[in-house]
Design a protein around this ligand. Structure first.
Ligand code: CAA
Length: 257
């Protein structure tokens, strides 16, 4: 499908989705959000998705402030729900999504990163929830995911203060997994994606599901979820192959079944 503000390189193994409005630092207007959700769903049959931003400067600099400046209260709520649908679409996928954060990841941009499974950041990347400086609060999940991810004190610091943090601080806080040189970013993201694409997909999907849903339930229920998902992996050919390969001291060849 052709998109106006999103580039999609679809591939059975690794698909790449690029938010492509570099003139506006890839800001998310409502049209782009709709396209992004569609693109994410379109790539759901790949093994791994890489999400990045076009151009040298930004991953995504947030929701589109020019569009939001004209919104009514009702439209603002719809905008938040649109953004939340995009982040939920990423989280609901049965495959891992890697954010390749090439520059500013602000507001809705940082909220997208937090909905991805893993993130690799360029040394140039900057992260922030600057909504407070516009007289608003994060609306694409930031108040919820940031506090869960980095704890309430750091979430308050970012959301009340609106200041940016650099890539290394984001790594120390657990918002990104690795920081690499800007010129290595996409190659490193692809290398990680290629490794994940060789893993047994049902086991990956079950791991993603249990980590995701386990965060929102108490430990006892999380452990029950884990036991159910653990059992599901035993129905796969890949489980038989993985264990046989180990016992026969040879590398496993996963067929994805
Ligand atoms: N919305 C719309 N346009 C944006 C934008 C945004 N979020 N961010 C940048 N742009 C546009 C600028 O208006 C500018 O356009 P023009 O060239 O037509 O004037 C262009 O992108 C380049 O930006 P700057 O000239 O501002 O570049 P800079 O280097 O001086 O500053 C920046 C870079 C610090 C990222 C700055 O652009 C900035 O602060 N952007 C806004 C960041 C922000 O507040 N994000 C949160 C948005 S609210 C949100 O996301 C709510 C939510 O949770 C859903």
């Amino acid at each position: 499908m052709a998109y106006e503000n999103i580039l999609v390189e679809r591939d059975p193994a690794i698909s790449t989705i690029t938010v492509n409005r570099p003139k506006a630092l890839n800001a998310l207007n409502s049209h782009t959000l709709r396209e992004l959700t569609q693109a994410v769903r379109e790539c759901a049959d790949s093994r791994v998705i890489i999400l990045t931003g076009a151009g040298e400067r930004a991953f995504v600099a947030g929701a589109d402030i020019a569009e939001m400046s004209k919104m009514t209260v009702v439209q603002a709520k719809e905008m938040a729900r649109l953004g939340q649908r995009s982040t939920s679409a990423l989280e609901d996928l049965p495959i891992p999504v890697i954010a390749a954060v090439n520059g500013f990841a602000l507001g809705g941009g940082m909220e997208l990163v937090m909905a991805c499974d893993l993130a690799i950041a360029s040394e140039k990347a900057r992260f922030g929830q600057p909504e407070i400086n516009l007289g608003i609060i994060p609306g694409f999940g930031g108040t919820q995911r940031l506090a869960r991810r980095v704890g309430a004190p750091r979430a308050r610091q970012m959301i009340y203060g609106g200041d940016m943090i650099d890539a290394e601080t984001a790594r120390q806080w657990g918002l990104v997994n690795r920081v690499v040189k800007p010129e290595d970013l996409l190659a490193e993201a692809r290398k990680l994606a290629a490794t994940l694409a060789t893993k047994p997909p049902v086991a990956l999907a079950q791991a993603k599901l249990v980590i995701q849903h386990g965060l929102d339930v108490d430990l006892e229920n999380g452990l029950r979820l884990e036991a159910e998902a653990f059992a599901v992996t035993f129905s796969t050919e890949d489980r038989t192959e993985g264990m046989a390969a180990f016992l026969n001291k040879r590398p496993a060849k996963f067929a994805g079944r």
